[in-house]
Design a protein around this ligand. Sequence first.
Ligand code: ADP
Ligand code: SF4
Length: 690
Amino acid sequence: MPKDARPTQYDILFEPVQIGPKVAKNRFYQVPHCNGGGYRDPSAVAEMRRTKAEGGWGVIFTEQTEIHHSSEITPFIEQHLWDDRDIPALAKMADAMKSHGALAGIQLAYSGINGPNLYTREVPLAVSGGPILTFTPDPVQARTMDKQDIRDLRRWFRNAFRRSQQAGFDLICLYGAHGFGILQHFLSRAYNHRTDEYGGSLENRARFIREIVQDARDETEGELAITLRLSLHEAGKMGFSNAEVRDFIEMHGDLPDLWDLAHGTWEQCSGTSRFTAEGHQESLVQGIKALTSKPVVGVGRFTSADAMVRQVKSGILDFIGAARPSIADPFLPKKIEEGRFDDIRECIGCNICVTGDMTGAISRCTQNTAFMEEWRKGWHPERARAKGQSDTVLIVGAGPAGLEAALQLGKRGYRVTLAEATDTLGGRVARERMLPGLSAWGRVADYRTGQIAPMPNVEVYRDSRLSPQDVLDMGAQHVAIATGAHWRRDVVARHHLFGITTDTAMPIWTPDDLMAGQGPTSGRVVVYDDDHFYMGSVIAELLIARGCTVDFVTPDVKVASWTENTLEQATIQRRLMQIGVRLHLSHAPETIGAQAVTLACTWTGAETALPTEAVVMVTSRLPQDALFHATRALDWQASGIQTLKLIGDAAAPGPIAWATYAGRRYGEEMDADPIGDALPFRREIAALLP
Ligand code: ADP
Ligand code: SF4
């Protein structure tokens, strides 16, 4: 589509902006974000950043890069710049970032009180010593830096500035946000208890930052732009509050070449759509531009071009910062530039990408199935692989897996038939989007149905529940069964591997029932959660909204513990407590009677009776694979079917991102040469030293 297809009101987003000695070609600024690959997967990360360059971002950053081995955050996998041997991997990344005219930025971090040094075994150094403050309560303390340590730290930063320049970066971001970077620890009275010239007044607490910004300019001879990434508001007593942030910026308005501002903790900054709206940091950043002549970048899960234009036109931001929207759609700038708004693959705010970092795995994205597979598997967020020799594919089930498979195969040019039993496309997301806080998840279906609709080679049949014979009669060469899963009606999951005695007089419901509009609308209800992700807490919210009294029972020590990985756990637990849900942690049902559930403490076995009128089981899911097995029992090859596969939740229930990935994989691997037992992706392995 020609560029002039874009309405003129969006032109402002494509103006070049000066950042110190550099010029960004537009206002799209990919702020630093982790990806779970980091130093372990250098080519995978570089290729991921290259797709952002191709997609039109004006500025692209690395993730957090540790400048020195005396401060590292194992088990999280970020970047290292510990010595010259780390330069080539980062140079490859810088090169990829600059491949389409973007500026390449590196985020430099020294973690101080945030880095336990579990790998390097160095004594952690902090602005003020004390227990390491990270996601895991490691039994490690940091030592307070003395003046020599501070001089050393300045030297280590200088080494990192030089190496960053050698690697080819245009911008250096000094990290002092989310509670993670030592710059914030200097600024914050909560972390900085020093009584020397680096502690006390704001002027003193800012001293180290002034020094290293100057060091960065000296070391790079003013050739690189220097940016400061700071928290917009550190909550709590003595925290570096939004008011102090403003004082600091007023006092040091011209210190960096750009202010990169991000809300409080990572949890606050990267809030999920369940709890935070697009642009939720606006009140914290509004007015800051007036305190400085330097450009300001802020984030807010921006996916709407209109919201972006408003941020710039109303003088709040100069750059639209984005991590997750750039992950979900690396081509967001290009699509806006070309006026292709309907093609934007909007982030759903689920934070599955974050879980890749939190678990030390490689990240994935519910929406962008190519994320972190660009190099490993050669997948591309936009471009499809050339079509193979086959022609026809039948996909049964239009949930996330079936829709993604249909989309990928449609793009490749196959003739695709997508058959869906109900009148709604989207499967589980069509239902889950109706639950409290989850409406944005509907974008998983909306994007795919929108993309498929104009494809002449993809035919969609609704209200078409296929039988095994129907599958054979469709005459397709390849068949994917993507018929999903449903929630169990008993306790079987992790804590109970077998069912328990249950009185049939007690009404037992599942999330599927509630999503279908059934289940209790008043009275006492027990929600038993042995799933530990979002569903249990969402169901509790739904029941409270319906007017029920809710007792939330879980064998875990906290509510929704896996949502630690989506940065939501504390918010979820707080929400349930605030809306009056009664929590029964470390308990599980032992028997279910007609009017009460007998709970047993998971530690002592001590039993208590919990009166209730109904129970909702949020335990585990059963794959709906009957169609697959019944079809496979027929002579399907005789009807011309060459391959018959089970994909998505019907194969193994998991998060939505697992299903879209399965659909992508099915589409990508159609007509591929068999690889036998070979590894289905590329990886890099450490070179051995003699
Ligand atoms: P996934 O997450 O793997 O995509 P979902 O449960 O979201 O799975 O979606 C599965 C879809 O398959 C649902 O929309 C369901 O209505 C549909 N489905 C199940 N059985 C059949 C069938 N026999 N014929 C056609 N569609 C089916
Ligand atoms: Fe957005 Fe979810 Fe993708 Fe992360 S995983 S970028 S939150 S859609």
